[in-house]
Design a protein around this ligand. Structure first.
Ligand SMILES: *[C@@H]1O[C@H](CO)[C@@H](O)[C@H](O)[C@H]1NC(C)=O
Ligand SMILES: *[C@@H]1O[C@H](CO)[C@@H](O)[C@H](O)[C@H]1NC(C)=O
Length: 370
């Protein structure tokens, strides 16, 4: 969400970020962020396409597994979401298909103008970072009335980026279906469903990956749902004043911030999906985590000292690496910023690789995945 328009949510996030991430880092007490490994999804190919009508009854959807139920964005210490949310994915040569089911006793939506700030209504949101470098990612938000907001983020907000609101997905197909009644508080509803077909050619310009993907390619993707508390007084739904929205996601991140692409899941495009094949975690995951640990420690250090740290010791990260198969990071000050590189040992048939992160959170992997 663009920082200019998102005020509340952005501020709430900022307050949270500042309060959870900014305490001064002392050498004695290094900051330790232990996040669960991002989830993986094996995305089946849909040989006969999908009819986008908001109903998930195309035979192809039967082949696509549901994701895990969404959880609170901050993690397991927060109450489980009241209502279930889950998603499914498919692909073919032309489109990336996304379906979602949002259990909801009170389906409402007000916004009807394309590119409105959709999370002011209850919504479903999709995030896509094709090359997993934390930069150049796409976002689509949709409400129960099928009003969408499509955005391109060259750089995450945390690194000073601004959303490109004028970016559009030509040929985007979307539909919603309400099982119940829209904007009618006099009854209880069951759910709403979303069906989207995102044309690969709309992503091609910024994907930095083949579009359509090759079977076996993996893209970083995430989903979230925004849910406002409403009352049903006087025949209309009204937001409960002064209450922040809930954010429910595919899996938790530890902060109210969807714009941390390094925490998103992996979608692997398959020509066919064998149900018993487990998802193989990203072998570069521990090196990415180690590099991002330096990045977050640097951001915290800079908030206090108004400068980047020149050594791991200053960041409290001078000890042996706690990430499997990963050497100690090498930190260099470069121009106005820094670079931290982490070497991942060759093993299990994987080549030796170097993961590097910059001050603007851009991650690169060399040699890159073929
Ligand atoms: C939707 O819009 C109507 C008309 O402006 C308003 O009365 C209602 O409270 C809005 N619903 C919510 C949940 O904000
Ligand atoms: C999705 O994003 C949220 C917020 O950034 C994060 O908590 C969660 O881990 C991500 N999901 C996956 C599957 O990585």
């Amino acid at each position: 969400m663009p920082s200019s328009v998102t005020s509340c949510r952005f501020l709430a996030r900022l307050v949270l970020l500042v309060s959870t991430i900014a305490p001064p880092v002392s050498a004695a007490e290094p900051r330790r962020e232990t996040s669960p490994a991002p989830k993986g999804y094996l995305c089946p190919h849909a040989p006969a396409g999908v009819t986008v009508d908001g109903r998930l009854d195309d035979p192809a959807w039967a082949d696509a597994p549901w994701t895990d139920d969404f959880v609170d964005i901050e993690g397991d210490h927060r109450p489980r979401p009241q209502f279930r949310t889950r998603a499914k994915l498919l692909w073919d040569e032309d489109y990336f298909y996304v379906a979602a089911e949002l259990e909801e006793p009170h389906v409402w939506a007000n916004l009807t103008a394309h590119d409105s700030v959709i999370f002011q209504d209850n919504d479903f949101e999709i995030f896509i970072d094709p090359d997993g470098d934390n930069h150049a990612y796409f976002e689509v938000e949709i409400n129960a009335r099928n009003t969408e907001w499509d955005l391109f983020l060259p750089i995450p907000y945390r690194d000073g980026g601004r959303a490109v609101d004028s970016w559009e997905i030509p040929g985007l197909k979307s539909a919603t279906h309400v099982t119940g009644t829209l904007n009618d508080p006099s009854d209880r509803d069951r759910s709403w469903t979303v069906e989207l077909a995102i044309p690969w050619r709309a992503l091609a310009g910024h994907a930095n990956r083949p579009t359509p993907p090759h079977p076996g390619d993996r893209w970083r993707v995430n989903f979230s749902r925004v849910e406002w508390d409403v009352t049903t007084e006087g025949g209309t739904y009204k937001k409960v004043p002064g209450k922040r929205e809930d954010n429910w996601v595919w899996s938790p991140q530890g902060a109210v911030d969807m714009h941390r692409p390094e925490r998103w899941g992996y979608v692997e495009f398959r020509d066919r999906v064998v149900r018993s094949t487990p998802f193989r975690p990203d072998p570069t995951g521990p090196a990415r985590d180690a590099a991002m640990e330096v990045y977050h420690a640097q951001k915290a250090y800079r908030a206090t000292h108004k400068a980047w740290a020149g050594s791991l010791a200053a960041l409290g990260l001078a000890g042996a690496s706690r990430f499997a198969g990963v050497g100690r990071p090498v930190l260099r000050l470069v121009g106005d910023g820094f670079e931290a590189s982490v070497v991942l040992d060759a093993r299990n048939g994987e080549p030796r690789r170097t993961v590097t992160v910059r001050q603007d959170s851009r991650l690169t992997v060399e040699p890159s995945v073929p």
